[in-house]
Design a protein. Structure first.
Length: 102
């Protein structure tokens, strides 16, 4: 066994990361996960986030601003650090969207 194996990061498992992220996002009260389609989150009836996973990684579509026909941004996460950054960005945007005055 070489010393490099001791310090190797565990392999990234997109399916597990997706489940963990969905669970963490359910704690953000303004967000609601659509029951019929897992991974689709809404804010006040407007879709704001879509999550999916495959062998390559975790994929997210996040709106720039909630609207009837929103502009979507695509984010791909290939490791745990990118998933944490995505979670922080989602929390930041939800905070901005819910604190805005019309």
């Amino acid at each position: 066994m070489s010393n490099d194996d001791f310090f190797a990061l565990p392999p990234f498992k997109p399916d597990e990361a997706l489940l963990t992220l969905r669970r963490n996002l359910r704690d953000l009260r303004p967000l609601a996960e659509r029951g019929g389609k897992p991974g689709l989150f809404e804010l006040q009836g407007q879709p704001v986030l879509e999550l999916s996973a495959d062998e390559q990684g975790l994929h997210a579509r996040l709106v720039k601003r909630p609207a009837r026909s929103p502009e979507w941004e695509k984010r791909d996460c290939k490791n745990a650090a990118e998933v944490r950054r995505l979670h922080d960005e989602i929390k930041r945007r939800v905070g901005l969207w819910t604190d805005e005055t019309p």
